[in-house]
Design a protein around this ligand. Structure first.
Ligand SMILES: *Cc1c(COP(=O)(O)O)cnc(C)c1O
Length: 365
């Protein structure tokens, strides 16, 4: 083995100019007892479900010399029936996490000379995937309570004519859900596709409709979902979308052949068969979320209303100091969102008790 020259770095590579100086996306993955930083479901699969997954993968393994079903037909049918709303497999597309779904959307509808638009603070992967696909990014600010002012949105759309509009609802990192009538107005005004990123849809409060209800009337609307959050399956990497079948046809032009492995398809189908167990904690997590919001307010923190499995709270003069003081007590939360705010993922009752105790100590309240 040869020894590579030590002085050779990323900067010496013929990297694209627009990637120079950028850092890779990702929250710290630290091994501490209380991990509340990436919006995962805190409940691991039961041993019984782990066994069912292992058995299904063993059966699939007998055919691993062959490529998987390129169109993931059974999985898409299973996801469609999970979503309901009269959707079929033809309306659904799946990939390795919803991030890959979003990337395929930008590959098909964005690209050089085109722009995507988002309303920030929001999910930072939207601009990152846009840039990665050579798509311009237009950021429109949300208002002081993290809502999207529809008139501002419509004016920005008229000015920039974006090929892709991202609406995240419930929004990450603020937890804010959008009004369904506002989503419809944006969908009517936008000249390109409108992506409603519903990664946290299952956690929304009662009475908050999903944008799935708008699909029948809006053929350029796309609703993206994931099995990473409510479904407690982040490690399996399964995301999906629902849209008009023509949108699915467009994505087939850019997807890599056999992008979704046979193992992934089997794991996702088995998970769908056990959705009662996997989604079983969602109501408890919603209740724990509402309790966290109330507790934080009682203790004088500013808190954004949340329809998701996390809570954004503040405001801190030095949020890094608070984040570090939490970590020193073995509680990992996320330094993300507008300056002065921090985000905590809703965990088990025990984890939330640890969070509350650590926060009181970290802030001297
Ligand atoms: C977590 C998250 C995703 C999910 O990503 P996966 O690739 O499916 O794990 C998508 N959108 C938002 C807004 C998220 O917070």
């Amino acid at each position: 083995m040869s020894v590579e020259p030590v002085s050779f770095t990323l900067n010496d590579l013929p990297l694209r100019d627009d990637l120079r100086g950028r850092s890779p996306y990702g929250a710290p993955q630290l091994d501490v007892p209380v991990v509340l930083n990436t919006n995962e479901n805190p409940h691991a699969p039961s041993p019984r479900l782990a066994r069912a997954l292992a058995d299904a993968v063993a059966a699939t393994a007998l055919g691993l010399n062959r490529y998987p079903d390129r169109d993931a037909v059974r999985l898409r049918e299973g996801l469609a029936s999970y979503l309901g709303h009269g959707l079929t497999g033809a309306h659904v597309w799946a990939a390795n996490g919803s991030n890959e779904v979003l990337q395929q959307i930008l590959q098909a509808f964005g690209g050089p000379g085109r722009t995507a638009m988002g309303f920030e603070p929001s999910y930072s992967m939207h601009p990152i995937i846009s840039r990665g696909t050579g798509t311009g990014w237009v950021s429109v600010p949300r208002d002081a309570d993290f809502r999207i002012d529809t008139d501002t949105a419509l004016a920005a759309i008229a000015e920039h004519r974006p090929s892709v509009v991202f609406l995240t609802s419930p929004n990450n990192p603020t937890g804010t859900a959008l009004d369904i009538a506002d989503i419809a107005r944006v969908a009517e005004a936008a000249p390109g596709v409108v992506v409603v990123d519903e990664a946290y849809a299952e956690f929304r409060r009662t009475g908050t409709p999903s944008a799935l209800t708008l699909l029948a009337d809006h053929p350029r609307l796309i609703v993206s979902r994931t099995m990473s959050k409510a479904f407690a399956l982040a490690g399996a990497r399964v995301g999906y979308l629902a849209a008009h079948p023509a949108v699915v046809d467009a994505l087939q032009l850019v997807r890599l052949p056999y992008h979704l492995s046979a193992v992934t398809q089997t794991v996702a189908l088995t998970a769908l068969d056990h959705s009662d167990e996997l989604l079983g904690a969602v109501d408890d997590l919603r209740a724990e979320r509402d309790a966290a919001v109330a507790w934080l307010r009682e203790h004088g923190f500013a808190v954004a209303d949340s329809d998701a499995n996390f809570v954004l709270f503040g405001e801190f003069e030095d949020r890094t100091e608070v984040w570090q003081a939490m970590l020193d007590q073995q509680v990992l939360i996320r330094e993300v969102g507008p300056p002065g705010w921090l985000r905590v993922t809703v965990g088990t009752p025990e984890e939330m008790a640890a969070f509350r105790a650590a926060l009181l100590r970290a802030t001297g309240r």
